[in-house]
Design a protein around this ligand. Structure first.
Ligand code: NAD
Length: 320
């Protein structure tokens, strides 16, 4: 009997020609988690390709035949890997192919904040000619210190892009990266020292129990009052209530955020009312080219499984 693949991503994320790749060895059912027929389909599938939906014990209990969860993305905090491993279910992700896109967005947030581009855009449309406010001034990046918390694939790509700016680079990571230190002139510093020294802090850690609220009141208070905090990792790496307070009270200078504790960001959220933040709706990997690369990697993982081979991008916990 033909095996079944549930694909919860629409055509924009998973182009038809890649769906065809899977169709050559399985029946592919494209259905969104909000569709009323989803649970019925889930009962009979061998593979799921998923976005940000939570894959926990409860989900798995509704999918008795499931053998592989292919996550469309590199972060897999939404998947209970232990529960999957206990049931002999593979978990794969899409590392590397989205690092450049996320690094580009990170720089977009840094430059938008330092040069006040959102205010400048508004000014150019109206105030410039009306002269109802003064030309906004930004600040230079030159000679500033950029601090990375997490210098893995994405953090390193951000550091690589920093080579064109005259900035000092420092980082903290639970793993030392001597190759990157040398290659990109990034200096390792202790966590608190990074918080105290950096003019811009960029977060690139996965969401784990150890990184949940890594940045809270204590950490925000250690930062410079002019410091900018950039988060393109996961919302819950920051205690968002504490961050809103820090921005309101001027403990730090500003923040550029692509990810939030609750997504979509609720209407009327405190952060949305603040002038010193730039917000983007979790678009780190959202480019046409990168989404296609991610879909290709997902298809390769599922295809390998369907052919009885080891999927090439198992999450680290399953790579033994
Ligand atoms: P990676 O595994 O290559 O790098 C993560 C780094 O964080 C590693 O070097 C690791 O040692 C370090 N780390 C772990 N715990 C730490 C801690 N407590 N303190 C300091 N460093 C710690 O992962 P990556 O590919 O660079 O991706 C990083 C994260 O970015 C993903 O897990 C995902 O959550 C997020 N992400 C977001 C988007 C987006 O759309 N905004 C897109 C892709 C990835």
């Amino acid at each position: 009997m033909k095996r079944k693949v549930l694909l919860s991503l629409g055509k924009r994320n998973f182009p038809e020609d890649l769906v065809e790749v899977l169709r050559s060895s399985a029946e592919v059912i494209c259905i969104s988690p909000s569709d009323p027929g989803y649970n019925e389909v889930l009962k009979g599938v061998d593979a799921v390709v998923v976005g940000m939906e939570t894959i926990d014990e409860e989900y798995l209990s509704r999918a008795p035949k499931l053998k592989i969860v292919a996550r469309f993305g590199v972060g897999y905090d939404s998947v209970d890997v232990e529960a999957c491993s206990r049931r002999g279910i593979h978990v794969t992700h899409t590392p590397g192919v989205l690092s450049a896109a996320v690094a580009d967005l990170t720089w977009g947030l840094i430059l938008t904040l330092t040069r006040g581009l959102v205010d400048a855009d508004r000014f150019a449309r109206e105030d410039w000619v009306k002269r109802t406010s003064r030309l906004p001034f930004g600040s230079d990046l030159e000679r500033k210190t950029l601090g990375f918390i997490g210098l893995g694939r994405i953090g390193s790509e951000v550091a690589r892009r920093a080579q064109g700016f005259d900035v000092k680079l420092i980082y903290n990571d639970v793993v030392r990266r001597p190759d990157v230190e040398e290659d990109l002139s990034v200096e390792y510093v202790e966590f608190d020292e990074l918080l105290r020294e950096a003019d811009i802090i960029s977060l690139h850690v996965p969401l784990l129990p150890s990184t949940r609220h890594l940045i809270g009141r204590r950490e925000l208070k250690l930062m410079k009052p002019t410091a900018l905090l950039i988060n393109t990792s996961r919302g819950s790496v920051i205690d968002q209530e504490a961050l809103a307070e820090a921005l309101e009270e001027g403990w730090i200078g500003g923040a550029g955020l692509d990810v939030f504790e609750e997504e979509p960001l609720p209407l009327g959220d405190r952060l949305a009312g603040l002038p010193n933040v730039v917000l983007t709706p979790h678009i780190g990997s959202a480019t046409v080219e990168t989404r296609r690369k991610m879909a290709t990697v997902c298809a390769e993982n599922v295809k390998a499984f369907l052919e009885g081979k080891k999927p090439p991008n198992l999450v680290p916990e399953q790579r033994t």
